[in-house]
Design a protein around this ligand. Structure first.
Ligand SMILES: [Zn+2]
Ligand SMILES: [Zn+2]
Length: 350
């Protein structure tokens, strides 16, 4: 088979489309013939060596796979050859530890992130994935865009529903609204009955933000304080939830937009500079706000995303599809920050 292999950290050009031994399934794994794999900022950080957890090179990157099961390990009972499946970000969750038993399998100590360590990721013609991290795709969802269900949509479902406990009628601020996470956050918040305020720094992304369903769009310069704008469009109330997917640059503005009992959920790890916030902002001014974080997607959350997609309540936004041999170009586009929505990679042979 062929796969995109990065032998070491470095610029996009360290990734080459190379001949490889095809993967063999472990007892609990399925080998999936990849139809498409999302290209995510996570892989850019991995490739650069910017992940705090470190990376074991060489790697085949990629964790957002859709494809067809072509071989199953001896212990696999839930999947058969021919099933069309989508992958979760995290693999080899044990199902037995305290975190797994609490339904918090994304924090299972045995988990590995697909494509972070070793030659096991989805930028390939074939990939072996543990059965606990696969979900069957409903038959009506025929588009390869379903590949991004876990990362770009499931992470947001995790953040809004299960971490921030979004309630019907609340107001949600989405920062970085024109990116792959932001556009799906707007859709999910609207599907949950929220009013959505969307913040973006890119005039070119405003139309996509509007199409995703935002009620208010704030076009602000990078690094500018937008809390006053948010207060204006919310009649001085602020937002019940902030989905913060930019990081340190906008963190303080975001905290300042929170309403009484507001919850800020930080997702993604695009910047490594930790945001600084004075403790008295969090509660001592009588707002009782919460600062939370969410990462990745459980199997149940991924199943729920597919149900929402099947009902037409959320639609994956894919703006570019490139052959896998052009993975370096996909990363250059991601690093430029110019992309609206997500990029898909498809095997050159497909
Ligand atoms: Zn576990
Ligand atoms: Zn991702």
């Amino acid at each position: 088979m062929k796969a995109v292999v990065a032998k070491e950290t470095g610029p996009p050009s360290v990734m080459t489309w190379t001949d490889m031994e095809p993967p063999r399934p472990a007892r609990d794994e399925c080998v999936v013939k990849v139809e498409a794999c999302g290209a995510c900022m996570h892989e850019v950080l991995v490739r650069r060596g910017d992940r705090a957890q470190g990376t074991g090179f060489p790697i085949i990157p990629g964790h957002e796979v859709v494809g067809e099961v072509v071989e199953v390990g001896a212990d696999v009972v839930d999947f058969a050859v021919g099933d069309r499946v989508v992958s979760n970000q995290r693999q080899r969750v044990c199902g037995k530890c305290r975190e797994c038993r609490m339904g918090r399998e994304t924090r299972c100590p045995r988990k590995v992130f697909l494509g972070d360590i070793g030659l096991n990721g989805g930028y390939a013609e074939l990939v072996a994935v543990s059965d606990g991290s696969l979900v069957k795709v409903p038959p009506r969802l025929t588009s390869p865009d379903v590949a991004i269900a876990s990362c770009a949509i499931g992470t947001v479902l995790n953040a809004l529903r299960d971490v921030a406990r979004l309630e019907l009628g609340e107001t949600v601020l989405v920062t970085g609204a024109g990116g792959g996470i932001g556009l799906h956050a707007i859709q999910l918040a609207k599907a949950s009955g929220a009013r959505v305020v969307a913040q973006t720094t890119s005039p070119g992304k405003v139309e996509a933000v509007r199409e995703a369903g935002a009620d208010e769009i704030l076009l602000v310069e990078r690094g500018a304080d937008y809390s006053k704008n948010v207060m204006e469009v919310t009649d001085g109330q602020g937002c019940d939830i902030v989905l913060e997917n930019v990081g340190a640059v906008s963190f303080l503005s975001s905290v300042n937009t929170l309403a009484l009992h507001g919850r800020l959920v930080l997702i993604g790890e695009v910047q490594r500079t930790p945001p600084t916030v004075e403790a008295d902002l969090v509660g001592w001014r009588g707002r009782d706000i919460s600062i939370l974080s969410a990462a990745s997607t459980t199997k149940r959350q991924l199943e729920d995303v597919l149900t929402l997609m099947d009902r037409g309540l959320v639609t994956p936004v894919v703006t570019d599809t490139l052959p896998m041999s052009e993975a370096p170009r996909a990363h250059e586009i991601l690093e430029s920050g110019s992309v609206t929505g997500r990029i898909l990679l498809v095997p050159d042979t497909a």
